[in-house]
Design a protein around this ligand. Structure first.
Ligand code: GLU
Length: 467
């Protein structure tokens, strides 16, 4: 049997990390077993579904490197098939028309509440003769759910979970406006798409019991289910805005690399010994459902940043530079051109050692393209006192004489100058750094000057000295 998993998001405009993790697990499971990973857009809620929301899902999955097999299925295009299955259920005597009006249903719920019972449909039309139906009145179609016994799901993560059938009512398959319900559509689509494993958040567990009833009523085999624990906030409460980023787009904007997000989401709720940093190949080789825990995970933004730092150091300098340039374009204090790009690329090996996110990396690289005159932090300002300026003035003359401007050439000049003046190298590097960056941090001063290039270095020195 070929394993076929699917990711079935509702296009709501976000790709929540809980869903993104479900997508990752489905993807890894399929790839691990040489199976297929499919995508179904559950866009039956026409009011909420927009092309933008669909694009957010496509872009997010591509960004995470979760390539899917086959054309995506749009649930909204399958309505006729969903209705066909409802007809089949009626013919099998497994579904019936329910003429209860909204008022009657509200009264039913009210009565149940008063009697402290869960609000359930009372089965009024379940066994009533259709000839008693009010002429031309609208009706919904309900599943004739089993009323005795229990429904058991052999969940691959949660173990056996069961519910007494007496606790469930006859769910609606087709609304009175003729539209299929979500519970029905998911079952029909998973069946028709030959899905063998359904992995999704454990908030869907109650849906699964109901869906199992539809499978049984149709005489279809059930797929295997794996309900994944949810991701909570660091404090154990439901993950919300106040905790921090929640959607894939937000993490991307905050400068998290996709491989870091995937690595983190995988480790959050799945483990394989002590393995912490795992490449996609390793993830595929090792992933299985045995390693998925049963309790909710807590989002740890600090750990994510740490993992991101690891992936940043492994990332290609060209790629990081391109990302930084894209982010710098949004700022108005930075010049964007090939020269600036070249400077940042030259410094990237040093810059990426220190940054935990692409946002931090961008901030630390920005000085390479600053428009002059620079603005100075108070600390840098202090370093550029008259004494600092004296040093800069003398150094400027020495640097101006250099015909080659490699880090080694610069280092040689600075050392010779320190020796000559009997001062520490730091006493030269500090004012230089302040003059070049406006701050007190940068990669090695020789690298920094070399990357900026002789002309820019002298221009920035002049700008400070004339101040
Ligand atoms: N469309 C559902 C959701 O986004 C998922 C359904 C499923 O995975 O079965 O929550």
């Amino acid at each position: 049997m070929k394993i076929r998993t699917r990711f079935a998001p509702s296009p709501t405009g976000l790709l929540h990390i809980g869903n993104a993790r479900a997508a990752l697990f489905n993807y890894l499971y399929a790839r691990h077993h040489g199976g297929e990973f499919l995508l179904r857009i559950e866009d039956t809620d026409r009011q909420r579904s927009t092309q933008h929301a669909v694009d957010v899902i496509f872009d997010g999955l591509k960004w995470m490197g979760l390539d899917w097999d086959e054309e995506p299925v749009f649930q909204s295009t399958r309505q006729d098939r969903h209705i066909e299955v409802v007809q089949a259920l009626i013919e099998k005597g497994q579904a019936y028309r329910c003429y209860s009006t909204p008022e009657e249903l509200a009264a039913m719920r009210e009565k149940a509440r008063a009697e402290k019972r869960p609000p359930r449909y009372d089965g009024t039309w379940r066994d009533r003769d259709p000839s008693e139906a009010p002429e031309g009145a609208p009706y919904a179609i309900r599943l004739k759910a089993p009323q005795t016994g229990e429904t058991i799901i052999h969940d691959l993560v949660q173990g056996d979970v069961k519910v007494a059938n007496a606790e469930m009512d006859d769910l609606i398959l087709l609304r009175s406006d003729g539209t299929p319900t979500y519970l029905l559509a998911v079952v029909v689509d998973d069946h028709d798409m030959d899905i063998t494993h359904v992995m999704r958040g454990d908030d869907h567990l109650t849906n699964t019991f109901r869906q199992a009833m539809i499978y049984r009523a149709m005489g279809w085999d059930l797929p295997q289910f794996a309900h994944l624990p949810l991701i909570h906030g660091p404090d154990g409460a439901k993950l919300s805005k106040r905790h921090g980023a929640q959607s894939v787009v937000e993490f991307r904007d905050e400068g998290i690399l996709p491989e870091a997000l995937c690595n983190y989401l995988l480790r959050l709720g799945w483990g394989h010994g002590d393995a912490e940093i795992l490449s996609r190949e390793e993830q595929i080789a090792l992933f299985d459902l045995d390693g998925v825990g049963q309790s909710p995970s807590r989002m740890d933004y600090v750990k994510l940043a740490h993992i991101n730092g690891v992936w940043m150091r492994r990332a290609d300098d060209e790629r990081l530079t391109n990302d930084v340039m894209t982010r710098l374009k949004k700022r108005d204090d930075v010049i964007i051109n090939d020269e600036v790009r070249g400077r940042i690329l030259a410094l990237m090996a040093g810059l990426k050692e220190r940054a935990k996110t692409l946002v931090e990396l961008t901030d630390s690289a920005a000085f390479a393209g600053y428009k002059l005159p620079l603005t100075f932090t108070p600390k840098a300002e202090k370093i550029l006192s008259s004494e600092g300026k004296e040093i800069l003035k003398a150094i400027a003359d020495k640097l101006a004489e250099l015909s080659s401007f490699t880090p080694e050439d610069i280092d040689r000049v600075l050392r010779a100058f320190a020796e000559e003046k009997e001062i520490k190298l730091g006493a030269i590097a500090q004012p230089l750094r302040a003059a070049m960056t406006g701050t007190t941090t940068s990669p090695g001063i020789d690298l920094t000057l070399s990357a900026l290039g002789k002309e820019e270095v002298l221009t920035r020195l002049r700008s400070v000295l004339e101040k």
